[in-house]
Write a protein that binds this ligand. Structure first.
Ligand code: F0G
Length: 451
């Protein structure tokens, strides 16, 4: 590990509702006094904050290091994380994800300055790896043999990989028939014990919560505050990529709401430590069929959340009872962000547009562009403001969705059929031809005439 004169941060746990500060967390990571979620805080930062210029220089210097922790885009920022000793660190060199410009998407959304931070470029192809490296390491540190999660597919893929690297067994609970093959195949290959339960994601969560109370199994869902700490680093890395000049807007998809909470927490901490001088507005986008947080904010001012039965083809965010909604509301309020909901067709169109910029993502990630268009139309995002989309998963996570969209099958026979006719121009179905040069040239010339 590289040497540093910056003192290690001392962290404590605190309940987000009643403020209790327990010395350790129970197996379900709920506050023993009131049952709400826990979070880490760093008491030393109030009177003895680390020097922001020294932190920036240290993190930059680690980019040329051969040390495995320095090479991780999560552990590189360890001064802002709770302490886990190096011998327990399980890393796949996660983080270090690219920031891409999106010129065509910018035009479609009516903004001048649009970029995507592509968290799908992580080792298991989703943003989950940044939280998982840290939380799986905490499980290793605590000596667990089994780790477990309920998942819509990405958490489970990530957990299975990190458990395997750390010589731990992993138990995956996923909703039967409602996760993509790409994600399922990952957890099988990484050696997880994979249970497809005849319920939805929320049903899987309930069973897992009971299980961890009865068995020595370490919970790796995002109620685990170590997950949030690891996921924070995406925002730190983003600010470093932007030379510590915050954008006006950051836009994230909302499912269980761990990611928005983590990014928001990082923004607030970076401002507290004077790493950045102002806060970007953090906005959260949900699918219309899985919009409990959108409704919570719109109908109840974020004070209450009514669980719902969720349904969307963006299966990663098919979640009706998000665990971290209070944390997400707090960061939305603190940063002045907004919520939006987008339709199934809007998601599919935005996904094809992100693909057409040569980037690509999975459906749940594309809600960000669809949401940006709405926020722009409402005037919340201005034409000349800088916006960053957080793309959470790789295009290849869900090829079925993509192929169905381009073949025109995604909405056939659904209530969205008529709306889908309006985005037909984005479809690029494969052309089946005889093995004949003349036929290929004819198609090429027709394509050129139409472009
Ligand atoms: N995007 C993708 C690709 C996801 O997999 C998820 C969540 C989200 C967005 C939403 O993030 O839950 O932090 O608000 N996937 C979880 C899973 C629930 O089990 O893989 P969130």
């Amino acid at each position: 590990m590289s040497t540093t004169r910056i003192a290690e941060a001392v962290s404590r746990l605190r309940c987000i509702s009643c403020g209790t500060t327990p010395d350790s967390a129970a197996q379900d990571f709920r506050c023993a006094a009131c049952g709400d979620l826990l979070e880490f805080f760093f008491p030393g930062w109030v009177f003895d904050p680390p020097d922001p210029a020294a932190l920036k220089a240290l993190w930059l210097s680690r980019r040329t290091s051969r040390d495995r922790l320095d090479q991780s885009g999560v552990w590189r920022f360890r001064e802002l994380l709770p302490h886990i000793s190096e011998e327990h660190a399980i890393t796949l060199r996660e983080g270090n994800t690219p920031l891409y410009s999106l010129p065509r998407c910018a035009q479609a959304a009516g903004v001048e300055n649009l970029h995507a931070k592509h968290q799908g470029m992580n080792p298991t192809a989703s943003f989950k790896d940044t939280g998982m490296t840290f939380a799986a390491s905490s499980a290793h540190h605590a000596g667990f043999r089994w780790v477990a999660c309920a998942s819509t597919g990405n958490t489970s893929a990530s957990m299975a990989a990190y458990a395997a690297r750390g010589n731990m067994r992993s138990l995956v609970l996923i909703p039967e028939g409602k996760i993509s093959w790409g994600k399922l195949s990952q957890s099988l290959d990484y050696g997880a014990l994979t249970c497809q339960l005849r319920t939805d994601f929320d049903g899987c969560v309930s069973i897992l919560n009971e299980l961890v109370r009865q068995k020595p199994v370490y919970l790796l869902n995002s109620v685990n505050p170590y997950r949030i700490e690891g996921q924070k680093t995406a925002a730190i890395e983003l600010m470093e990529q932007l030379a510590w000049q915050p954008p006006d807007h950051i836009i994230v998809p909302g499912g269980n709401l761990g990611n928005s909470s983590a990014i928001g927490k990082a923004l607030l901490e970076m401002r507290e430590l004077k790493l950045i001088s102002r806060l970007p507005k953090l906005s959260i986008i949900q699918a219309q069929g899985a919009n409990p947080f959108y409704r919570s904010v719109r109908e109840f001012g974020g004070k209450k959340l009514e669980p719902m039965t969720a349904d969307t083809q963006a299966t990663a965010i098919r979640i009706g009872n998000p665990a971290s909604w209070k944390k997400a509301w707090r960061v939305l309020e603190a940063t002045g962000g907004e919520v939006e909901e987008v339709s199934e067709v809007e998601i599919a169109a935005a996904k094809a547009e992100i693909g057409a910029d040569g980037i690509g993502c999975e459906p749940a990630s594309a809600v960000t562009l669809a949401g940006l268009k709405k926020l722009r139309q409402r005037g919340f995002v201005k034409r000349d403001e800088a916006a960053i989309l957080i793309l959470t998963g790789h295009l290849l996570k869900d090829p079925d969705f993509t192929i169905k969209f381009h073949r025109g099958d995604l909405f056939a026979g659904t209530p969205h059929q008529d709306e889908a006719a309006q985005v037909k121009h984005l479809q690029r179905a494969p052309v089946e031809l005889d093995a004949n040069l003349g036929a290929v040239i004819a198609v090429l010339e027709a394509a050129e005439r139409n472009s």
